[in-house]
Design a protein around this ligand. Structure first.
Ligand code: FES
Length: 652
């Protein structure tokens, strides 16, 4: 063997190639994941590689004749324009001359892993539905007449192996000027289809499109709507935003919104209009934050509970208010954004995750996608805490799901000083069991309230209220400090030994923070707050318990706590409150906004869409609303942590 040996890292794939073979060609032959948008023309720079042993030839290869005479004109031009890390080469230009080990940096991989923050455990592999393709299109020829679109389709097929690409009237309208302006070279954004639907050209830019294209993952909750804007080529989250769901004015919880639709002719469409307007406001907000035009958002992924799912789609949710809770459809859907009045790119798509059942929606499917109980050896309990809690119990053999009406308290609503998780909101609380004095942290500041510099650090945002995870910690801390009895009653100053427990109406409240001297609010935990959290946590526990009954188990191996609002729910505090069944504390983890993460996975990875569509069909649904034991479990769970269930792991 005299042909040079080439080894690609980190995959370790290897092969021998004739001298002069471009690195990109070798990578393709070996199935190495090396990106390219321009098809090896030295324009996109997506193919950057680095030799870690051996060297490449100094000669470049290119389809551009002017570069042939000058060995690395293409790379030089790129370097001078945008800079390139020293030692890196464009894979499509560098040729293999001798034995070489080639590093493919993460940014040059198509299916790169997108970094996820904090405790969110699953990596996302980038494999979006919409991709950019740079092509050189034949010029029109009088003697062989064919249209611009036909020649573009031919170029996509020949240069990118994209067969059966469709374009519509809008494509045609863009194509003519783009081809001429780009001197017969254009970049296309193509929705690659899903094997059932053909690939479609969504946009055409003259020449090589330097800009980025975006997608948006939306978690449409009953109380709040949250969105992440992602760069579809890097997978990076470039902006995040959240707003209150304006449907709150039609009813705090889902069932009151369903009754609004029942009682008021046109009520459902009123709510549809309201939520779509809110989505457009959110699009505006997130696009402004990222400083991009909303038209550059090519796709949105939507997850929602069944009622929100129906309302945003413009389907009457009345059927969901009564047995047998029939969904209009439980399948995943790919729609046009324009059908939902969403002002994104005019051809943008919206992918809606499948629903599990009439009470267990696409948000629960998204949680399943993110936390993957169906892939776990351990028996996992996954609870997504919102106005409705989505609860999954299972392992690789079986997964059960239900939802439970916890009320909006966990999202900071119906809490006297409650607010959305935003800078200025108290998110962590500790109460000294001896002195009963609190210390806390607010979102946007790393310091605790008793640390030097805290006042200065929070001066800009102020201390504005308490978010979902904050109220959970506050009440659990109050219980541990003896300010609350097991029934949830806040004691008086005499009973508790602290002036912070003060009368409030006919009950007592605990003063967490008094900002009145600085013109800020007094943040109290009132008896009403404790009751709201007790109702919520009892519903949560009862739902989890019901699934455990159904599966015939008394304990679980692992608990994952997820919640869109409030930062990360503290496992210890959740257990002190009895939100979840007993479990070793080190087996309880917090996953942040799992439904939002699931939406983001579906946005960035088209295979994940197929995965969740299959998994959802296997999930068994348990209907809490018609299950008599739910009420029993609910009542017993009202105590903190519980009237009868043991919590050996808490004592430890
Ligand atoms: Fe585009 Fe190499 S493939 S620059």
């Amino acid at each position: 063997e005299t042909e040079p040996l080439v080894i690609f890292m980190p995959s370790g794939k290897r092969g021998r190639f004739p001298p002069g073979t471009p690195v990109l060609t070798a990578a393709r032959k070996l199935g190495v994941d090396l990106d390219s948008v321009c098809g090896g023309r030295g324009i996109c720079s997506k193919c950057q590689v680095q030799p870690s042993f051996g060297e490449f030839s100094k000669h470049g290869v290119t389809s551009r004749p002017e570069a042939l005479s000058d060995w690395n004109a293409v790379e030089e031009r790129y370097k001078s324009k945008r800079g390139m890390i020293d030692g890196r080469r464009l894979g499509c230009q560098a040729q293999i001359m001798g034995d070489v080990v080639i590093d493919v940096p993460a940014e040059s991989q198509v299916h790169k892993q997108v970094v996820r923050k904090r405790a969110e455990a699953r990596e996302i592999v980038l494999d979006p539905c919409i991709r950019l393709y740079y092509v050189e299109v034949e010029e029109p020829d009088m003697h062989h007449p064919s249209g611009d679109l036909e020649r573009l389709e031919k170029a996509l097929a020949e240069q990118w192996d994209l067969a059966h690409v469709e374009g519509d009237l809008r494509t045609l309208q863009m194509l003519q000027p783009a081809l001429r302006k780009g001197d017969w070279k254009v970049t296309c954004a193509v929705h690659v289809g899903n094997g059932l639907t053909p690939a479609r050209i969504m946009h055409v830019w003259p020449g090589f499109h330097e800009g980025r294209i975006y997608g948006m993952a939306v978690d449409l909750g009953s109380t709040t709507i949250a969105a992440h804007l992602c760069d579809l080529q890097s997978g990076e989250v470039v902006a995040s935003a959240g707003i209150m769901n304006p449907q709150i004015r039609f009813g705090e919880d889902l069932m009151s919104r369903v009754s609004y639709a029942m009682m008021n002719p046109g009520g459902a469409s009123e709510m549809t209009v309201a939520v779509r307007e809110a989505l457009n406001a959110l699009v505006g907000q997130i696009a402004a934050e990222a400083q991009i035009a909303p038209e550059l958002i090519f796709e949105a992924v939507l997850v929602a509970n069944p009622v929100m799912h129906h309302l945003v789609l413009g389907i009457d949710p009345v059927e969901l208010g009564q047995a047998p809770f029939a969904l209009a459809t439980s399948d995943a859907m790919t729609l046009w954004a324009a059908e939902l009045d969403l002002r994104l790119h005019p051809d943008a798509r919206v992918y809606v995750l499948p629903c599990i059942a009439g009470h267990v929606g696409a948000d629960a499917a998204a949680v399943a996608l993110s936390e993957a109980p169906h892939k776990s050896d351990d028996l996992m309990l996954v609870v997504d805490v919102g106005t409705n809690a989505e609860i999954l119990l299972g392992n690789r053999h079986q997964v059960l799901a239900c939802s439970s009406p916890t009320g909006p308290a966990f999202e900071g609503a119906q809490i006297s000083s409650g607010q959305r998780a935003a800078p200025g909101a108290i998110e962590r609380v500790e109460i000294d069991p001896a002195t009963k004095e609190p210390r806390f942290r607010v979102i946007g500041c790393e310091l605790w309230s008793d640390q030097p510099g805290f006042a200065e650090a929070t001066a800009a945002t102020g201390i504005t209220g308490i978010c979902g995870s904050g109220i959970i910690e506050a009440i659990a801390e109050m219980r541990m400090a003896g300010l609350l009895d097991p029934g949830g009653l806040i004691g008086s100053a005499e009973q508790t030994g602290t002036w912070r427990c003060m009368p409030e109406g006919r009950t007592h409240a605990y003063l967490l923070h008094d900002g009145s001297a600085q013109g800020g609010p007094r943040i109290m935990v009132t008896q009403g707050d404790v009751r709201a959290i007790q109702l919520g946590k009892s519903a949560l526990y009862a739902g989890a318990r019901l699934l455990m009954d159904q599966m015939g188990v008394d304990s679980v191996d692992r608990v994952v706590l997820a919640g869109a609002f409030g930062a990360h729910i503290s496992p210890k505090h959740a257990m002190v409150l009895g939100m979840i069944p007993d479990c070793p504390l080190d087996k309880v983890t917090s996953a942040g906004n799992a439904a939002g993460t699931g939406a983001r996975i579906a946005l960035l990875n088209s295979a994940a869409r197929r995965e969740i569509e299959t998994v959802v069909r296997r999930i068994q649904k348990v209907e809490t609303a018609v299950e008599p034991r739910f009420q029993e479990h609910f009542v017993a769970a009202n105590h903190i942590p519980h009237a009868s269930a043991p919590y050996p792991n808490l004592a430890a």
